[in-house]
Design a protein around this ligand. Structure first.
Ligand code: CA
Length: 656
């Protein structure tokens, strides 16, 4: 997301000021939107400054005929309501407010739970008719600790759009429900690939209704989807039929059900920080100047760098976001949320979301980008920035310290990192190895971005080296090391995620990283075609050994709770860094059967230099768990006295 927005050049220099929005009494009810029954439907919309509100009905989601119009009635707290008798299933509706004597545009209900094609009109549906068979008995996979999670980040289309995916329903929610799919050389693809790899959580890029794809011409355009239109409705271009409102709802649920049955949890990427439109959005047409922040000059501020920023601190915005999150949990059984540009939101909102979610299921995972794309008028101290993570228990942030320490700066493509021999990256990587908690062995003055630990628990730290933003890991390593052979690049690619996957905190993998997926060096591929973004299953067949390595790496982490410690106290007690005299090396020991591990001692050494490293082992003998690309899940190879760690590789030793 960050990089989409960087390319849209909004030059706004905003100095600190308070938001200038008007305040209104907060509506306390939880019944905004449509309440459907076969005998009558009730519509409620919050619009305190409106002088009149119309409710229009149509026979189609776009064009078609206006069937009828009702005047809505205002109640005491700025809510307009209307009960309409009869079974309205299959009809579409819009709201139209009159403010300051002007009739505004017709808009969708912000609380719409279903829409027609392109999300232009809300739809009346019976949600119960969208439930898959046995949906009531859908069983969510669960984990003991958030640090047990392994995230795989995927765009819906990318999994299936490649011609050799072997998946019938290409580019759709249903593509994720197909079992037994095979690609070139009979490699596993799709859902089978995810299961085989062993990830616990599938993080899907925006799958709520977004604006940028014309749903009447699906397949002709591609977009990551960071431009929200209807927050509480699935995106139509991922449905087999974007016109029939029930279809996208049902198919999203089918996807969740299939993933749950496969033992995989589902994380939604949510973008409550801005909307696709500003003056024309349903928020603005219903309550002008309420939903968006302004700077002290009275102009709309733009911390998202996408044209606006949502004023999450306003009570009715806070309420909307919380209720939207709960809708996805209750209606779609979603298991986690990744908040895009979370640093735009206020800390109070994020903590309230965590509290509300805990009432339903405390195992639901919440994390986000602890930064903004541009400056915000809301003071830093009250926003959900990475530096404030410790103030938000149960919410995690992305650790860009380790990310860029490993591979080099995200936007300076030629910049190298630890795995390409760049010196002085050790402390930034150690910062992530301990899961961003305070640790005695780290010299925080030498960390690249943060000069203080920001997590209070390792479960608040997402460790990663690549994601949908920017180049794939292989592309980044290739462009920053133009003279290096493919074999050498593979070593560095593997070393990168060996560091991530053995670190404390929550590991996160970009889909396709396990088979060296490429976007041909394109970094901001948000609207590049399928052929740039897709998972290229030919590459999985070609680099199957790399995939097998990643699979074993995940298995290694899952088998050893020492890599998944649950508190900062536990990490400080068991994990000690070992000082090596050689530059560009990192070594640490995890001692004392940490977190109940069967291994008494674990010794991890990363060599990010061009030279092989010889290390004299003090203890008598060790078992070899990992050396470069070789992983022994049940180690038998004994290492005595002297250890060789080849250049740009890792070694992990264990003692029982
Ligand atoms: Ca859409």
């Amino acid at each position: 997301m960050l990089s989409i927005c960087f390319y849209i050049l909004y030059e706004l220099l905003i100095s600190m000021s308070s938001p200038t929005q008007t305040t209104f009494p907060e509506y306390q009810g939880n019944d905004l939107g449509l309440k459907y029954s076969q005998s009558a439907s009730v519509f409620k919309v919050w619009a305190p400054t409106a002088e009149a509100m119309k409710l229009h009905f149509y026979d189609k989601g776009t064009d078609g005929t206006r069937i009828k119009t009702f005047s809505m009635e205002k109640s005491g707290v700025g809510v307009w309501q209307r009960e309409v008798a009869g079974d309205l299933q299959g009809q579409f509706y819009t709201y139209q407010s009159t403010i300051d004597g002007n009739e505004k545009q017709e808009v969708t209900d912000p609380y719409a739970i279903a829409v027609g094609v392109n999300g232009e009109r809300a739809a009346v549906i019976d949600l119960r008719k969208t439930d898959p068979i046995d949906w009531k008995n859908d069983k969510k996979p669960s984990q003991k600790s958030f640090t047990d999670i392994v995230i795989y980040e995927l765009h819906i289309r990318d999994l299936s759009s490649h011609p050799k995916s072997g998946i019938k329903n290409k580019g759709t929610f249903l593509g994720l429900t197909e079992k037994g799919t095979r690609g070139p050389s009979l490699i596993k693809t799709g859902l089978d690939h995810l299961v085989d790899l062993g990830v616990t959580h599938l993080h899907i890029l925006p799958a709520f209704d977004y604006a940028s794809i014309d749903e009447t011409h699906v397949g002709q355009q591609y977009n990551w989807g960071y431009d929200p239109k209807n927050y509480n409705v699935p995106e139509g271009s991922y449905a087999t039929d974007p016109y029939t409102p029930e279809t996208r709802v049902k198919e999203f649920k089918e996807m969740v059900k299939a993933l749950h049955q496969a033992g995989i949890s589902v994380v939604m990427d949510v973008v409550y920080n801005h909307t696709s439109g500003l003056e024309n959005s349903n928020f603005s047409q219903l309550v002008p100047d309420y939903y968006y922040r302004k700077n002290k000059e009275g102009k709309f501020s733009n911390a998202s760098a996408c044209g606006n920023e949502i004023a999450s601190e306003m009570p009715m915005v806070n309420k909307f976001i919380k209720e939207s999150v709960l809708h996805w949990i209750r209606e779609y059984h979603v298991d986690g949320f990744r908040f895009d540009l979370m640093g735009i939101h206020d800390i109070k909102l994020m903590n309230e979301i965590r509290d509300e979610v805990n009432k339903i299921d405390p195992s639901i995972f919440i994390y986000g980008e602890g930064w903004t794309a541009s400056s915000s008028p809301l003071p830093d101290s009250v926003r959900a920035l990475k530096a404030n993570t410790y103030k938000m228990p149960g919410i995690a942030a992305f650790c860009d310290e380790m990310r860029d320490g490993i591979k080099g700066h995200w936007s300076n493509h030629k910049d190298k990192g630890f795995v390409s021999g760049k010196p002085k990256m050790e402390e930034s990587i150690k910062f992530g190895i301990v899961g961003a908690i305070q640790h005695k062995d780290i010299d925080y003055k030498k960390v690249n971005y943060s000069k203080n630990a920001w997590a209070d628990s390792p479960s608040q730290c997402i460790n990663y080296v690549s994601c949908h933003d920017d180049m794939t890991l292989l592309d980044k390593l290739a462009i920053s090391n133009p003279d290096v052979s493919e074999e050498e690049l593979k070593k560095r690619q593997i070393l990168s995620n060996t560091i991530v996957m053995t670190s404390q905190g929550v590991p996160f993998l970009h889909a396709g990283v396990d088979f060296l997926n490429t976007k041909n060096g394109i970094s901001n591929s948000y609207k590049s075609p399928d052929s740039v973004n897709w998972l290229d299953w030919d590459r999985k067949a070609k680099y199957l050994a790399i995939h097998e390595f990643y699979k074993n790496l995940i298995a290694l982490r899952k088998a050893h709770p020492a890599f998944r410690m649950t508190s900062k106290e536990m990490i400080n007690k068991h994990l000690n860094f070992v000082n090596l005299k050689e530059e560009n090396t990192i070594a640490y020991k995890i001692s004392g059967n940490a977190n109940g591990d069967e291994w008494k001692e674990i010794f991890v050494i990363f060599n990010g230099s061009n030279e092989n490293l010889n290390y004299k082992l003090e203890e008598s003998q060790w078992l070899r768990a990992l050396e470069g690309q070789n992983i022994e899940l049940e180690p038998v190879t004994v290492i005595k006295e002297s250890l060789l760690i080849k250049s740009f590789s890792a070694v992990i030793l264990a003692q029982k």
